[in-house]
Design a protein around this ligand. Structure first.
Ligand SMILES: NC(=O)c1ccc[n+]([C@@H]2O[C@H](COP(=O)([O-])OP(=O)(O)OC[C@H]3O[C@@H](n4cnc5c(N)ncnc54)[C@H](OP(=O)(O)O)[C@@H]3O)[C@@H](O)[C@H]2O)c1
Length: 343
């Protein structure tokens, strides 16, 4: 079991836009970064630091050698560092998730996003064990469902998820939806706080929380969530939510970051910028998230897309390009309304 996390009542730190750090996929670098307290980590702007360390070792885990550029990590409020890109696993089956995790590690991914609701935590866990990397070089994120909103219920949800994943600790444990009609998410957060104290999780988060939900959590528990995972892409840019997160030191992690790979990737503005950079539309959209300081968890199980989606740290977008992509916003109403839906 990991030692108990310190500073549960951490005041918010502003690290999202400038708190990225080169972690690369080098086991040595990743371990060293994880051991270092967040307050001692020097901050670097992602992808733009010419001194950013590149991996040159050539062992079997040196997948980053094939990833152009480096993978930054974001400093989280409770002291963990989280890779800025991870692999989404919904709607993979157990078997698909197992192979995707192994292929993902090979391609350079270190963060894997799952949930009780995806029904594939066992497959993700099998992939983590099969990938050949030690546990501490991997970052596992999962989420509890509405039936576990509550202090004791959250402890139970952790035990069940940890058993299915086959891990002793979970790097990031999130509440999947706030379900305000049930009005139990604040108690569930208290439960996540206990898991932090016990060293069973390294970071805690909301998912699909609106600023009003997060504000209640902070005011009533004194806990600042490390992250909030929300639906976010150029069709749904969530400006108010991102501003609230930044003001409170909460990392924004985007789900459906490439809009499920559908019409968003055919937007003329995105296609034109992709041509100018000789990149794919998916890479341009994912880089747009990075420019905004967000973390991303694109899903794919195709090897060529695993490589494509992570190769976004060796180029940048100009401010006018970021603005042109942000102008595709269709407004808050385009996102799922978490006051109404969820599970
Ligand atoms: N917190 C929540 O409530 C919530 C909700 C939904 C999702 N999530 C998480 O967020 C992750 C990502 O969201 P998402 O899967 O809904 O959407 P997404 O990542 O935006 O899109 C995934 C889709 O795009 C395709 N795709 C992937 N890379 C591509 C590329 N380079 N070019 C073209 N198409 C590409 C994939 O197809 P192939 O697989 O065939 O490549 C898949 O159909 C999920 O896997 C899950 O882990 C969280």
């Amino acid at each position: 079991m990991r030692p108990a996390a310190a500073g549960l009542r951490n005041t918010a730190r502003h690290h999202q836009s400038d708190g990225t750090r080169d972690i690369s996929a080098s086991p040595a670098v990743w371990r060293a970064v994880q051991r270092r307290p967040a307050s001692h980590v020097s901050l670097k702007r992602s992808g733009r630091d010419p001194s950013a360390q590149r991996v040159t070792r050539s062992n079997s885990h040196d997948a980053v050698a094939r990833v152009r550029g480096v993978i930054p990590a974001l400093n989280l409020t409770h002291g963990a560092q989280m890779p800025q890109i991870g692999l989404g696993t919904w709607p993979m089956s157990d078997d698909e998730a197992e192979s995707a995790v192994v292929a993902g590690v090979e391609a350079g991914y270190r963060l894997f996003d799952t949930a009780y609701a995806y029904g594939n935590e066992e497959g993700v866990g099998r992939g983590l064990r099969a990938c050949g990397l030690p546990r501490e070089e991997l970052f596992v994120a999962t989420k509890l469902n509405g039936q576990w909103h509550g202090y004791l219920e959250a402890q139970q949800a952790w035990s069940d998820s940890a058993r299915r994943l086959g891990v002793e600790y979970i790097d990031l444990f999130m509440i999947h939806w706030p379900l305000p009609a049930q009005d139990r998410y604040v108690e569930a957060f208290r439960g996540l706080g206990r898991l932090l104290e016990d060293g069973k999780v390294r970071a805690i988060g909301g998912s699909n929380f609106k600023p009003a939900h997060l504000q209640r959590v902070i005011e009533e528990t004194g806990l600042v969530p490390d992250i909030n995972q929300i639906e976010l892409n150029p069709h749904t840019i969530r400006e108010a939510a991102r501003a609230y997160h930044a003001d409170n030191g909460i990392v924004t992690q985007s789900w459906a970051p490439i809009g499920h790979g559908r019409e968003l990737l055919r937007e003329p503005a995105i296609v034109e910028i992709a041509r100018a950079h000789e990149r794919t539309p998916a890479q341009i959209v994912l880089r747009w998230h990075i420019e905004l300081g967000c973390a991303v968890i694109p899903k794919t199980s195709r090897p060529e897309r695993l490589a494509e989606n992570i190769a976004i740290f060796d180029f940048t977008l100009e401010p006018d390009e970021v603005a042109a992509i942000s102008a595709l916003d269709r407004g808050e109403a385009h996102a799922d309304d978490s006051d109404v839906i969820g599970h």
